[in-house]
Design a binder for this molecule. Structure first.
Ligand SMILES: Cc1cc2nc3c(=O)[nH]c(=O)nc-3n(C[C@H](O)[C@H](O)[C@H](O)COP(=O)(O)OP(=O)(O)OC[C@H]3O[C@@H](n4cnc5c(N)ncnc54)[C@H](O)[C@@H]3O)c2cc1C
Length: 380
């Protein structure tokens, strides 16, 4: 029986990018998912790669660094799945004119007149154009990332660890990477509280030429290589609903019935930006993205919360115990909470985590499991 160096649970952007970088380091990798590759949120994603404007801070620096990295990365990986024509950001409640114009990233102001000169179909809008933005084909990208790795379709219920190896059905592995998105974690990580935020993407055919991506509170893509455009948004917070998912959204009773209304809402929002002629909806996708309160993604070794506090109860009073003295689940790492930017973060985070695992390079504090652990331990 083959013993893998790594078994990755979850074949979305997080898991597939981990598979790619670990495989590149000559590790043998198995990827497991209860669905197909990109059968979760990743298959539903827009998948827009856009900058986060505004004055430089820790969060938008992370997003914009990840964006720079991923644009080159995807273009080298699979150019046929990337359309890089830039994005027009139109002001809304979250991003007013001030935020859009105070910029660390290069952009150009496009007036209503300029937009009408580009296309008569633009509505009376104006905005800021960012050249460094793209839209990708998420399913094709995920398949490409896992080339050279083995894929197994299994719904994993629990992890068994014996004699230094994890065993799942007849797969044996030395290390586990949890890349489970909104699903219940296979080990207890109480300090990483994942909440699902649901969203919808529709692919439409239209005779209108959309010169670049447009983003307000929803996103409209440029015409992609298959002739369709994607329209997407993820901000349906179902806070009163069950907060974890055991299936994909199209099989979820809670979510299954709301298609038609949401599709119409998306189309209406798109038509407030650009008139789409001879429109025909060809496909709808649903998914739930995983987010934590701070909106930062999370990567690192998985700390055993209970055992660590049992061993060092003084952590609760603020005593500084260095991370290497904490208790960890053996050989388990996590990559999750990629939020609304799963394809922007995917390659960047997977590279950092792989370098940490293979070469012990540090993980920036703001995205580490340790940060969340100490925060919760001290709060309690
Ligand atoms: C409608 C929509 C539009 C979006 N638009 C964009 C966008 O424009 N740009 C962008 O960058 N991001 C976008 N996102 C966000 C992006 O899709 C997510 O951040 C990203 O897909 C998360 O990837 P993931 O690998 O963490 O999770 P997922 O893709 O959900 O993958 C997790 C996988 O783990 C599997 N799994 C979990 N537990 C188990 C288990 N026990 N056994 C077996 N399998 C298991 C699940 O089946 C799932 O396939 C969008 C999301 C949605 C829903």
């Amino acid at each position: 029986m083959k013993i893998y160096d790594f078994l990755i649970i979850g074949a979305g952007s997080a898991g597939c990018n981990m598979a790619y970088f670990l495989h590149k380091e000559n590790k043998s990798v198995a990827v497991v998912d209860r669905e197909e590759i990109a059968g979760g949120a990743s298959g539903a994603a827009g998948a827009f790669l856009s900058p986060l404007p505004g004055k430089t801070n820790l969060y938008n620096s992370l997003v914009n660094d990840a964006l720079e990295y991923c644009l080159d990365f995807y273009q080298n990986l699979l150019p046929s799945a990337v359309d890089k024509k830039g994005v027009l950001r139109v002001a809304n409640g979250n991003f007013d004119e001030d935020k859009l114009s105070q910029n660390s990233i290069k952009c150009k102001y496009f007036s209503t007149k300029k937009l009408h000169d580009i296309s008569k179909n633009f509505m009376n809008i104006d905005g800021y154009f960012y050249e460094n933005a793209a839209v990708i084909e998420p399913i094709q990208i995920c398949h490409e990332l896992t080339k050279g790795c083995d894929f197994y379709k299994i719904d994993i219920q629990e992890l068994h660890f014996k004699d230094g190896l994890y065993m799942i059905e007849n797969i044996k592995a030395k290390n586990i990477i949890l890349a489970q998105g909104v699903s219940s974690s296979l080990v207890k990580i109480p300090y990483m509280r994942i909440a699902p935020i649901f969203g919808l993407r529709i692919d439409v055919k239209t005779t209108t030429e959309v010169p670049f991506n447009i983003h307000k509170s929803i996103s409209v893509s440029t015409n992609k290589q298959d002739g369709t455009i994607s329209i997407g948004a993820t901000h349906e917070r179902h806070d009163t609903a069950k907060m974890e998912c055991i299936t994909t959204c199209d099989k979820c009773a809670f979510y299954a019935n709301s298609d038609e209304i949401q599709t119409q809402t998306l189309l209406k929002q798109a038509e407030e930006l650009i008139k789409l002629e001879d429109l025909e909806v060809v496909k709808t996708y649903k998914g739930a993205r995983a987010t934590i309160k701070s909106y930062f993604p999370v990567i690192g070794k998985v700390i055993d919360y209970e055992s660590s506090l049992k061993k060092h109860p003084c952590i609760k009073n603020g005593t500084k115990i260095p991370p290497e003295m904490l208790e960890y689940f053996p050989n388990i790492h996590v990559i999750n909470a990629l939020g609304s930017r799963g394809f922007v973060y995917g390659p960047y985070l997977a590279k950092i985590l792989t370098q940490n695992i293979v070469y012990n390079k540090p993980i920036p504090k703001e995205i580490s499991t340790e940060k969340l652990f100490y925060k919760m331990a001290r709060k309690n």
